[in-house]
Design a protein around this ligand. Structure first.
Ligand SMILES: [Zn+2]
Length: 255
């Protein structure tokens, strides 16, 4: 089951950003489209949308208690960005590169938006407080050309793009109907971590001094190049960092 929150209230405290479009109106349209695609694929949905609240804090705590009232595989909060940028981005706890979150960005970007990637949303209340894994999707910007492009596409395509990313991981059995991502992203090479934790290096080297962080099981990264360092294969990631390419630790695939 996936919890879906159409971000913000319908009016008053907690109302969303306003630009060419109103965020609160379109989070609901996208959430409805997403729900339709998920349910058509056999994925159950729990609605976690709150239309009115006395304050922003009351709004947030209502959303979180709805999300936490049930065991969820994902809590997904739909938003639109504001402030003059371009493109789609997704926030996860500590910026973990869950494959489904990476695919949400990629599928929306394939519709013509810039891909700003999966970022750390640890400071966001709904990301911190929900028990389920959570992602907050900023579909695009309400106050730039993004909004016009979104209006031309329609919310249905966005819902379809998000569902196509979530369905393969949400349904324990085969989904009734798989969702095809709209637009057709070009194939890319990805690497998925299959052990609990793995080191990341800031140079093509296995030396301890090049270790600059760790990644976790189920996180996925775009591979730019594969080299051999010593006698072991190593991937250079889109971020410019390096990770082992050994099949004992990671799975490498095209999608
Ligand atoms: Zn928002």
């Amino acid at each position: 089951m996936i919890g879906i929150n159409a971000g913000h209230t319908k009016s008053g405290a907690g109302f969303g950003a306003v630009g060419i479009i109103k965020e609160s109106e379109h989070t609901r349209k996208v959430a409805d489209a997403l729900k339709r695609y998920l349910e058509a694929s056999g994925v159950q949905v729990k609605e976690c949308t709150v239309d009115a609240a006395e304050s922003q804090n009351a709004y947030l705590s209502k959303v979180v208690s709805m999300a936490n009232s049930q065991e969820l595989e994902w809590f997904v909060s739909i938003h639109f960005n504001a402030g003059g940028g371009r493109g789609v981005e997704v926030y996860t706890y500590q910026g973990r590169q869950y494959e489904d979150a990476v695919m949400v960005c990629r599928n929306i970007a394939a519709l013509g938006f810039e891909n700003r990637g999966v970022k750390a949303g640890t400071g966001l209340y709904v990301i911190r407080k929900t028990k389920a894994r959570s992602m907050l999707i900023e579909v695009c910007f309400v106050d730039t050309q993004d909004a016009n492009e979104y209006l031309a596409l329609g919310e249905d395509k966005i819902g379809q793009a998000i569902a196509a990313a979530l369905v393969p991981y949400a349904a324990p059995a085969d989904p009734v109907v798989p969702v095809q991502p709209p637009g057709q992203p070009e194939k890319q090479k990805f690497v998925r971590v299959i052990v609990p934790e793995l080191n990341v290096h800031n140079a093509p080297s296995w030396a301890a001094k090049t270790i600059c962080g760790t990644v976790r099981i189920r996180e996925v990264f775009t591979v730019k190049e594969t080299l051999t360092v010593g006698s072991t294969p190593m991937h250079r990631l889109e971020s410019g960092l390096y990770i082992t390419a050994h099949p004992k630790y990671v799975e490498t695939y095209e999608k």
